[in-house]
Design a protein around this ligand. Structure first.
Ligand SMILES: NC(=O)c1ccc[n+]([C@@H]2O[C@H](COP(=O)([O-])OP(=O)(O)OC[C@H]3O[C@@H](n4cnc5c(N)ncnc54)[C@H](O)[C@@H]3O)[C@@H](O)[C@H]2O)c1
Ligand SMILES: O=C(O)[C@H](O)CO
Length: 321
């Protein structure tokens, strides 16, 4: 008999067909995101759950006593209580590698858009304010090429950003990571720095660590003060790796030049968040991996993880801590 799984978010026909080969598939078909109470009821008898954003904690695991695997359609798994999964012998999986280039592209887009004021000046043109001017200084931005990038979290995506920065834009690459990466140092002529030194030297500070207890508010008031006044901060990791109030203050006080943001303390961002009023801040709605090809690859990888566990082969991408 095939194991039953639950899919709490839309997947393509191709992914559904693949899962159907190995599993009885139950699926959320509502217009909106599935409410948690509904999810808890739906998973009462399933062995696998494919999800992307639900909190996977003791309450959810207790509601699904037959569960063997929770497969996240996401590389970040800060929605998992890993200890609770371990205690219940449930395997958690994520989707590394398949999204690295797409997220790195978005990171470079945020760097460029903020430095060259793309969204601000796009609005200016579309607001029909463009008139012949004597002094074009009002349109000036900052150079990205040959500047110094500081990558905090030199993992899979961090390296994909370093590759673009080094070979696409001739940038000097500094990085801070849990451990040194000699191969990356060679490949991108990257220099390892302690955090304060990276913050002092980088023109572009890019946050790419996972959200963990250790990285929660890794950047706060003191760290923004350490950055150059001309620095641009880019966050593509998780909103909570940064103290958002401190970021807002640093921008308001001119302690940094600007910010490019894909992630926020609260998502969707609150309508009265001061970041939304700042011309020097580029905001996008958590779209790091949001291309059709990459989201399909992520969903397929998540499906393969579920099947691998439920057919006894062992997870391809188990999360361990
Ligand atoms: N915005 C988006 O749409 C989007 C998309 C993909 C990933 N992400 C985020 O990016 C994160 C990174 O993804 P990845 O695939 O590169 O992960 P990864 O595990 O390959 O890399 C993370 C790196 O951060 C380092 N790190 C961890 N804790 C640290 C600390 N305290 N100080 C310094 N370095 C630390 C690790 O050593 C590792 O090298 C994900 O966990 C996710 O939160 C966001
Ligand atoms: O961690 C991830 O994969 C992204 O944030 C996608 O949601």
């Amino acid at each position: 008999m095939k194991p039953t799984i639950y899919i709490s978010q839309p997947v393509s026909e191709k992914v559904r067909q693949y899962l159907n080969e190995y599993c009885e598939v139950k699926e959320w078909r509502g217009e909106d995101r599935i409410p948690r109470e509904t999810l808890l009821k739906e998973i009462a008898n399933v062995e696998g759950l494919l999800t992307a954003w639900h909190k996977i904690d003791e309450e959810l695991l207790a509601a699904a006593p037959k569960l063997k695997v929770v497969s996240n359609v996401s590389v970040g798994y800060n929605n998992f209580d890993v200890q609770a999964l371990k205690e219940r012998n449930v395997i958690g999986t994520n989707t590394p590698y398949v999204l690295d280039d797409t997220v790195a592209d978005l990171t470079m887009a945020l760097i460029l858009a903020t430095a060259r004021r793309i969204t601000e000046l796009d609005k200016y043109v579309k607001d029909k304010k463009w008139e012949p001017v004597k002094d074009e200084e009002q349109f000036f931005g900052l150079d990205v090429h040959h500047a110094t990038i500081g990558i905090i979290g030199m993992g899979r995506i961090g390296e994909a950003v370093a590759q673009r920065a080094k070979f696409g834009f001739d940038m000097d690459v500094l990085y801070h990571n849990r451990s040194r990466k000699p191969e990356a140092e060679k490949k991108y002529e990257a220099e390892y720095c302690e955090l304060p030194s990276l913050l002092e030297r980088a023109d572009f500070v890019v946050m790419l660590t996972p959200l963990t207890a250790e990285t929660h508010h890794l950047l706060g008031e003191q760290e923004f003060k350490q950055m150059k006044k001309s620095a641009i901060f880019v966050n593509v990791s998780r909103g909570q790796t940064v103290d958002e109030q401190a970021l807002i203050k640093a921008l308001q006080n001119g302690e940094i030049h600007g910010a490019g943001l894909d992630v926020y303390q609260k998502e969707p961002i609150e309508k009265d968040n001061p970041l939304l009023e700042m011309r020097n801040v580029v905001t996008v709605p958590h779209i790091g991996s949001a291309t059709a090809q990459t989201r399909e690859a992520m969903a397929m990888r998540a499906a393969q993880n579920i099947v691998a566990v439920l057919t006894g082969k062992g997870a391809i991408d188990p999360v361990t801590d």
